[in-house]
Design a protein around this ligand. Sequence first.
Ligand code: 6R9
Length: 657
Amino acid sequence: MSESVSVHPVPPRLQNGSEVPYIGPNIEAYKKAHAESIGPNADKWWGKMARETLHWDIPFHTVKSGGFEHGDVSWFPDGYVNASYNCVDRWAHRTPDKTAIIYEGDEPGQHLEISYSQLLREVSRVANVLKSWGVQPGDTVSIYLPMTWQSVAAFLACARIGAVHAVVFAGFSSESLRDRVNDCKSRVVITSDEGRRGGKTVNIKKIVDAALQDCPGVEHVLVLQRTGGEVSWTAGRDKWWHEETAKVSNFCPHALLPAEHPLFILYTSGSTGKPKGIVHTTGGYLLNAALTLKYVFDVHENDRFGCMADMGWITGHTYIVYGPLANGIATTVFESTPVYPTPARFWDVIDTHKLTHFYTAPTAVRLLRRHGEHWVEKADLSTLRVIGSVGEPINPEAWHWLNDHVGRKQAAIVDTFFQTETGTIVVAPFPGAIECKPGAATVPFLGMEAALLDPVTGKELEGNDVEGVLAFKGSWPSIARTVWQDHNRWLDAYLKPYPGYYFTGDGAHRDQDGYIWIKGRVDDVINVSGHRLSTSEIESALILHDGVAEAAVIGANDEITGQSVHAFVTLKPDFEHNGEAGLVKELAVQVRATIGPFATPKKIYLVPDLPKTRSGKIMRRIMRKVVAGEADQLGDLSTLADPSIVEVIKDKVAAAH
Ligand code: 6R9
């Protein structure tokens, strides 16, 4: 592979642009900075960064306590820090009129800029409403909101008073929302009447109403009026955002919170069915959100950052809300889609708002690439300095397309690897220092020590040109602390597989130059358009259908979405249906309704049986190979209980393509 890889030097806008990169001009600068931030220097380095980057209400004396060995990591444990104060008040005091949020609505031309002082007032008002409902530090508040600028205020209002926000991506079904609200026991839900996306109306409140039928603990629902559409109303429980915020004061003092106070819960899929409520704490998470944004994107004071992710995912939490605002720069809240009303939308947004940074996912790049270059050519993209990619490995073709047509060989491309659990970017290039190779996530962030382990022995693989599972030695401030009310699950999934290390669940290669290439998940997690889905979660959704006996779900390569969901389903013997096509549709609807539209299988195959070992284990490997067109490489089938099923599966798959 290494022979055909192209190497791209630090681009012109990071060599002789108006800003001098923090880390540069070459890899030696990175190596020096990294060496000074790890090993025996780590605590000193992190302590200095924490003091310089954040405002501490009460300074810390201890940098770090505990570790991965006992699952008791804590950072700055005796310090007090408030995320809302750090993201809003600091800048509202110094530069009240500076833009905090660029809101780009669904329809082109529908945009607003919100200043730091305006944001402070809105955050304060929402915080005061929550307080008036008795929300206390440590209480959870569930948020199910579309991509409006007030969503940012909802996050920060919680953080201001020490409430723990649990944001649920507004593409999740009512059932998924219900399970999450119940799991974290929220008394309060924040939502909107409707949403707008791609010219369509999304019935947000309707989904919330359906979910809350089975959430007896919810007492208050704060409803933002986004469209003014008709919605059903539960008197006593539902309150309009604009009415409630008009009753309270425009200022709310921030709560004094220990650094280890939980900032948020974010649910994510693992290898088992039930989503995990990943818990992040205030000081450590905020510090790394601020630092990774500053160094990986080389962000300076007057920059205008545009992260196109949804706020309901970790990328949105960290790189729409906390990272940009903790640096006091402008952040973009983009409500629409890359192709609405045309595939020129992203480029128009960058041009209109003079964005300096653009952060998206490979799936969007592949989609836009398919639409052709002519959509991007007309836009003035000369303000862009750094373009980021996240969510899945970026194919070199997509990387080159970004570099040629969006960056126009003047801007840097950073392929950033991280996870809900790591909170913030952990592997990425430094744009002013490192020559990039398309497809390589490149090097560990400062203060972090990546390790490749032999998957079987757990032994660390030294040197270069090695391949193994990706893990991290020692903790860093933004690593999650636990799974909400299930600490053993945290330990079992992440810290116990390789004692002393945090295990990412991804495979990786370190090439001859020491660059890290992420190879994808080594567990049963599928990545569709950057959305993490567990095979067992989708299987469980399918089995909810009356007719389904068993289901096996696999991920297959997909040109646009990276991977796609393929499901093999067996029916109960006495189940009667009116034809396969209708049933397949019903099953797809079942998954949409249970998890959300983004989890819908691309193909569903009805089969008489699944390939199983004699001990009853489903051999997903076989289905994976058949769907990948590699049926000639099925390997050893001798452990199969009924080898004849393989032929049936081959025929089914062939017929469906
Ligand atoms: C940020 C985010 C995490 C999983 C992760 C990995 C994949 C993310 C990647 C990448 C290759 C990158 N992933 N970034 N793979 N290159 N630059 O996506 O968080 O939703 O928790 O997913 O996404 O497989 O383990 P999350």
